[in-house]
Design a protein around this ligand. Structure first.
Ligand code: HEM
Length: 394
C-alpha cells in the first residue's frame, strides 16, 4: 500500500486539541444549563465554559490561518467526487462554526444585563464587546444570542458526529487508512492504525478531562466567587490564592416565580481567623448598595430608590461578626449583625473555608429591613438568600 500523506504536526495538534475542547464545551454547556440558576456549580461551570470557549476561539482563528496558508495532503485516490464535495462542505462548516459559536457566546455575555465578568481561568481578564454593553435592548440581544448559540452548538454536535462516522467509514469500510493522516507519527506506522488512533484519542480525552476537573476545582475557590462580583476588597496582606479573589456579595430571590439574581460590584470584607482561639476570629464587610446589578435591568434602577435600598440615604450595608464557633477543621458557625437601610438584625450562617477563601450563605426576610414596600412590591418574595465569599486575611 502506498505511503499515506499526512498532515503536519501543527495541524494534527490543533485538530485534536480543538476536537477535545469542542466535545468538552458541548458536554459542559448542556450540563450547566440544566442546573438550577442559583446553583453555585452553574456559576463555576459557566466561568470555566467561557474560559475554554475563548481559548477555543483563539485556537480556531489560528487554525483557520494555518489551513489557509498550508495546503492539506491530497485525499486518497479512491475518494469519489460526491465524497470530496461532502467532506469539503463539512470541513468548511466546522471551521465556520468553530469561530461563530464562541463569538455568539461572547456576544451573549457582553449583552447580558448581568454584566458578569469574564476572567479566563480566573487569571486573565477578557473584555466585553463594548458597544453591546450600552445597546438599548441588551436583554433582547442577549436572549437572541443564547438561542443562536444553542442552535449552532447543536449544529456542530451533528457535524462532529458526521465527521467521525465518515472517518470510521474510511477506516473500516474503505480501509484506505485515512485516519493515519491525522495521528501523531509514532502511531501511523503501525499496522493497527485505527486502534492506535482510538487509544490516542482516549488518552487525550482522559488527560483533558483530568485537566478540566482540576481547573474547575481551582476556579470554584479562587475564581470570582459565586455571583461573579468584582470589587475593591481589603487586601492588606493577601495570600497568593486570595490575591486574585476579591470579596463578593450577591443575592438570589424569586420575582413573580422567576429567579432574580444580583451582585454588588463594590464589596469590602476582612476575614481574620484565629486558629488558636477560633472564638476570637472576626468577619467585617461593607457593601455599597448602589453598586447592585441583577438579571433584571429595570429592577436595578428601582432597587436603589427609597422603597428598596434607599442608596442615597443609606449607601452602605454592613456586617460585623459577634460570635465565631469552629464546627470542623474548615467550618465555622458565625453570628453577627447585618445592617441594611439603617436596620440591624442578627444573622447566623456556616462559613466554609477552602484554600484560603471563606464563603457562605444565609436567608433574610427583606421586610425585616424595610426593603421593598410590601403590598406594592410583593412581586419579589420576602425571603432573599445572601451569598458571599471573602479571602482569609489572617
Ligand atoms: C465552540 C465553542 C462553544 C461551544 C461548542 C459551546 C457550547 C455550548 C452549549 C452546548 C451550551 C448549552 C446550550 C443549551 O443547550 O442550552 C452553551 C451555553 C453557554 N455558553 Fe457556550 N459554547 C462555546 C463557546 C462559548 C463562549 C466562547 C462563551 C462566552 C464567552 C460561551 C458562553 C456560554 C454561556 C454563558 C452559556 C449559557 C447560556 C444559558 O445560560 O442559557 N460559550 N454553550
Amino acid at each position: 500500500m502506498a505511503e499515506v500523506q499526512r498532515y503536519n504536526s501543527v495541524a494534527i495538534s490543533l485538530h485534536w486539541l480543538i476536537a477535545f475542547f469542542i466535545v468538552n464545551l458541548l458536554a459542559m454547556g448542556k450540563y450547566m444549563t440544566h442546573l438550577e440558576v442559583d446553583d453555585p456549580l452553574r456559576y463555576t461551570l459557566t466561568q470555566l465554559h467561557k474560559s475554554v470557549g475563548i481559548t477555543l476561539l483563539l485556537l480556531a482563528l489560528f487554525r483557520v490561518f494555518w489551513r489557509l496558508t498550508h495546503k492539506p495532503p491530497a485525499l486518497p485516490e479512491s475518494t469519489t467526487g460526491f465524497e470530496k464535495i461532502g467532506s469539503q462542505l463539512t470541513h468548511a462548516a466546522l471551521y465556520l462554526l468553530m469561530v461563530v459559536i464562541p463569538v455568539s457566546g461572547w456576544i451573549m455575555v457582553s449583552a447580558s444585563p448581568l454584566n458578569m465578568e469574564t476572567v479566563l481561568f480566573g487569571v486573565v481578564p477578557w473584555p466585553h464587546i463594548s458597544f453591546l454593553t450600552t445597546v438599548s435592548d441588551r436583554e433582547v440581544v442577549a436572549d437572541r444570542a443564547v438561542l443562536i448559540h444553542t442552535w449552532l452548538a447543536n449544529g456542530i454536535l451533528l457535524l462532529v458526529l458526521l465527521h467521525t462516522i465518515a472517518a470510521l467509514f474510511h477506516q473500516w469500510v474503505r480501509k484506505d487508512r485515512l485516519i493515519s493522516r491525522m495521528v501523531v507519527s509514532g502511531f501511523h506506522r503501525n499496522a493497527g492504525d485505527l486502534n492506535n488512533g482510538l487509544v490516542a484519542g482516549v488518552l487525550i480525552a482522559a488527560a483533558g478531562s483530568v485537566f478540566l476537573v482540576s481547573t474547575m476545582n481551582t476556579q470554584s475557590v479562587s475564581g470570582q466567587g459565586i455571583l461573579g462580583g468584582v470589587s475593591a476588597a481589603d487586601t492588606s496582606e493577601p495570600a497568593a490564592a486570595t490575591d486574585r479573589m476579591p470579596a463578593t456579595a450577591g443575592f438570589a430571590a424569586v420575582q413573580t416565580g422567576e429567579p432574580l439574581i444580583g451582585e454588588f460590584g463594590e464589596v469590602q470584607a476582612t476575614l481574620k481567623l484565629d486558629k488558636q482561639a477560633p472564638e476570637a476570629s472576626s468577619l467585617i464587610a461593607t457593601v455599597m448598595t448602589g453598586s447592585v446589578k441583577s438579571n433584571d435591568a429595570q429592577l436595578d434602577a428601582t432597587m436603589v430608590t427609597a422603597d428598596w435600598f434607599a442608596s442615597e440615604e443609606f449607601p452602605e450595608s454592613t456586617f460585623q461578626s459577634t460570635g465565631f464557633e469552629q464546627t470542623s477543621e474548615s467550618a465555622y458557625m458565625v453570628t453577627g449583625d447585618l445592617t441594611l437601610k439603617g436596620n440591624t438584625r442578627s444573622v447566623q450562617f456556616e462559613l466554609l473555608l477552602e484554600d484560603g477563601v471563606g464563603w457562605g450563605e444565609f436567608t433574610i426576610n427583606r421586610s425585616d429591613f424595610g426593603v421593598g414596600d410590601d403590598g406594592q412590591d410583593d412581586f419579589v418574595d420576602d425571603e432573599v438568600v445572601i451569598r458571599f465569599s471573602v479571602p482569609d486575611n489572617s
